[in-house]
Each structure stands twice: as structure tokens, then as C-alpha cells.
Design a protein around this ligand. Structure first.
Ligand code: FEO
Length: 400
């Protein structure tokens, strides 16, 4: 059989043998507009080692890439850095095809893999500080709990200075290029920020701690090879620096106004709020949920200092799209925001109260009283919306 997919040599002894998912548009609720990759790596040493696998439908593609370098049954070890299905989905088939001498994972990984596959596969436990001599290549392991799941682990290849970081330092970006230095930096920063905001934001305190601890491992870091998106072979510190910046969540002079509307009343209010914010020299991103995805909203919130939310009342509740985005933002736990609520209603008007409660749960500091409009806002109500925007901008300015 002639193989179609080929491996890419990324260093003296390591090949990229992953898969490119050009068509992925939904990664558990996150709009992945540019697709993704599932990176897996083959280390050639006395003990040939596969680091991670791919999402199950891409098993054949990964095996073809491996076969372009060596016969897959020559793989001795398989390391599973993370049990989420985008990396472990092809693991059972890989083990069946390769029959490796050993499979390795963290202690949490062993449990999680067992709960996924309900198998009796023997897996050797790895903990932080453990080493593995492949014969000509030495690996070290760092548990990276909650980056992105409790089982997540980094594998470091000492001689070549490659950190196989799994989800951390990744992005959902399908491309023909495998290295970050071959891609446009604006796209890289946007997609890395979107990935951070949607996957890792709520883990920021852990990320700060991990980044602080990294120098203590004395890694001779030359390349960061995450499991999604491009590999960082030039200045791997760039992506670490971006992560430090996002993890710190320092507010900037930018406000996000997110809303939806039933009969354009809340939309008019939103535009007035935005005008008030702009009048105080603060940048605004106005995001109508009719045309915005929740994952783009949280990406804008990542570097914002204010979050203002508007909703009409519908059946005594929030408008469904606003409820969706608030639930999503709340789970990702942005910190240090000021904000406010507004909305229109016909007879009961509970939506604004629901927004206030959600903002309180997110520890958003309310800059002023909410504004409500009965049916259609008149000029006096719109003037109060402008004032709300001004107060949000002033409260934000006081924090910068
Ligand atoms: Fe890429 Fe947490 O999986």
C-alpha cells in the first residue's frame, strides 16, 4: 500500500506524526474558525517512543505518517500526556496495532484513561521529576495538573530541549506550516489568545504558578511542541510571555458590551451605552449575540477591563443567547472587571436582575445602577444609558 500522509522531521531525532483537522469548527462549544491540529511526535532512539496520539478519526493518517519513517511495530513506548479524546481517541487502536512494550501516563491519566476505555491495559505511572532513558534520549516529566485536565503532563526531551506541552501553549489553527515562525504573528497571537480565553482562562492562577516554577526545572528549552497548532522553535519564550500576560489579567482601557435584542429596544440602549464609554476615551467592542459567538466574546473579554451586559426579558428570564454567553463567561472566570447591566422589558423585567446576579457571581464590580426601558426607550432612557457608559468608563479608568 502506498502511503499518502508523511511525517515531518522537526529535529535531529523527532518527527511530527500528527493530523490536521482542517474542517473542525466546534471544539466543545468553542468556534474553531481556522480548524485545528492534533500533534503527535515520534522520537527515534533505542526505544522508539510515540508521544501522544490523535483524535480517533485521524488514526489512519497518524499511522501513515509513522509508517513513512519506520514500521509502527517498531514503537517500544507510548506516552499519553493527556486523556482527553482529541489526544487519546486513537490510543486503543494504536496500542492494538503497535503492541508497545510499555504505555506511560500520569497517575491521574491512568485513572482517566481507564474511565474512558474501560480496559485492562497496563500503564506505567509517571510523576513530576521522573526520568526515562530511551537509549540515546532522556525524557523528564512534569505533571501539569489542570492544564487542561487533572491528568495533564509535560514531557521534556533533554538532549534536544523539546517540551512536549500537550494542550498548554497550543492553539486551534490548521495550517500547512508546522512552525510558528512560518506564520503571521497577528494570526498566531489572536488564535493563541482565543485558545487561552476559551480553554485556560479559569486556570490562570495555576498557569502563573507553573510558569513561575518552570525555571526550577532547569530546562534547556529550545522548542515548545504543543499538541495543537504550530511548534515554537524560535523564541519559545514568546508564547510563555503571552501566557504570563493573559494569566495576569491586568485590565486594559477596553470595554465589552454584549447584548441581544428582541425588537431593537435593547440594541438602541447598547449603542447609547457604547457612546457613553467612547466619550470617555475607552475602547468599546459591541457584540450583538445575534452575530457573535460565545467564544469570540470571551476572547474580547480576555484583555478587557469592563463587561457590560444587556438583555430583554423573555418569559421572566434572560434572552436565551444572553443566558448562554453569561453561563459560558462565568465558567471561564475572568477577573478584575467592572461592569453594569441594562435591558428592556414589557411587563415584568426580570432580565436585568438576572444579569446583576450573574455579574455578582463573576465578582464584576458594578459601576452604577442598571438601566431598564419599558418597551421602547425614549430619549431620557437613552441618556441614562449614555451616563451608564460614562460611569463604567470612569470606574475602569480608576482601576488602570
Ligand atoms: Fe486538546 Fe484537553 O485536549
Amino acid at each position: 500500500m502506498k502511503d499518502t500522509f508523511r511525517a515531518l522531521k522537526i529535529s535531529e531525532n523527532v518527527y511530527w506524526v500528527g493530523a490536521i483537522d482542517w474542517g473542525l469548527r466546534n471544539f466543545h462549544g468553542y468556534l474553531t474558525s481556522r480548524g485545528s491540529t492534533y500533534n503527535a511526535f515520534l522520537i527515534l532512539a533505542d526505544k522508539v517512543t510515540l508521544v501522544d496520539t490523535v483524535k480517533e478519526p485521524f488514526f489512519d493518517e497518524m499511522m501513515a505518517r509513522i509508517r513513512s519513517v519506520i514500521e509502527p511495530d517498531r514503537i517500544d513506548y507510548v506516552i499519553s500526556n493527556h486523556s482527553e479524546m482529541d489526544h487519546s481517541g486513537a490510543l486503543p487502536k494504536t496500542i492494538a496495532a503497535v503492541r508497545p512494550e510499555k504505555v506511560f501516563a500520569s497517575s491521574m491519566g491512568i485513572k482517566a484513561l481507564s474511565s474512558h476505555f474501560h480496559w485492562d491495559q497496563e500503564i506505567t505511572k509517571l510523576s513530576t521529576g521522573d526520568t526515562l532513558d530511551l537509549g540515546g534520549a532522556n525524557l523528564r516529566f512534569i505533571e501539569a495538573r489542570m492544564l487542561h485536565w487533572p491528568d495533564s503532563m509535560f514531557t521534556f526531551y533533554d538532549e534536544e530541549g523539546i517540551l512536549f506541552s500537550n494542550d498548554a501553549f497550543g492553539m486551534h489553527l490548521a495550517s500547512s506550516e508546522r512552525f510558528a515562525d512560518e506564520l503571521d504573528e497577528t494570526v498566531l497571537r489572536y488564535e493563541a489568545a482565543k485558545y487561552y480565553a476559551n480553554i485556560l482562562l479559569h486556570l490562570s492562577p495555576l498557569i502563573e504558578r507553573l510558569i513561575d516554577k518552570l525555571p526550577g526545572f532547569n530546562l534547556n528549552l529550545k522548542m515548545i511542541a504543543p499538541d495543537h497548532g504550530p511548534l515554537w522553535r524560535q523564541d519559545p519564550e514568546t508564547i510563555i510571555g503571552w501566557y504570563s500576560e493573559w494569566a495576569a489579567q491586568k485590565p486594559t482601557s477596553k470595554a465589552v458590551v454584549v447584548y441581544d435584542t428582541m425588537w431593537q429596544s435593547t440594541a438602541k440602549m447598547a449603542r447609547a451605552v457604547a457612546d457613553g464609554i467612547i466619550s470617555r476615551g475607552v475602547q468599546v467592542k459591541l457584540l450583538p449575540m445575534e452575530g457573535s459567538h460565545r467564544s469570540d466574546v470571551i476572547t474580547e473579554v480576555l484583555d478587557a477591563g469592563a463587561l457590560v451586559v444587556g438583555s430583554p426579558t423573555m418569559n421572566n428570564q434572560l434572552y436565551p443567547t444572553v443566558a448562554d454567553v453569561l453561563t459560558y463567561i462565568k465558567g471561564l472566570r475572568p477577573r478584575g472587571l467592572v461592569g453594569a447591566a441594562f435591558g428592556s422589558y414589557g411587563w415584568s423585567g426580570e432580565a436585568v436582575g438576572h444579569i446583576e446576579n450573574a455579574l455578582a457571581e463573576m465578582k464584576v464590580e458594578l459601576a452604577c445602577e442598571s438601566v431598564k426601558a419599558l418597551y421602547v426607550p425614549e430619549n431620557d432612557v437613552l441618556a441614562r444609558c449614555v451616563e451608564l457608559g460614562e460611569k463604567v468608563a470612569s470606574a475602569l479608568g480608576a482601576k488602570l
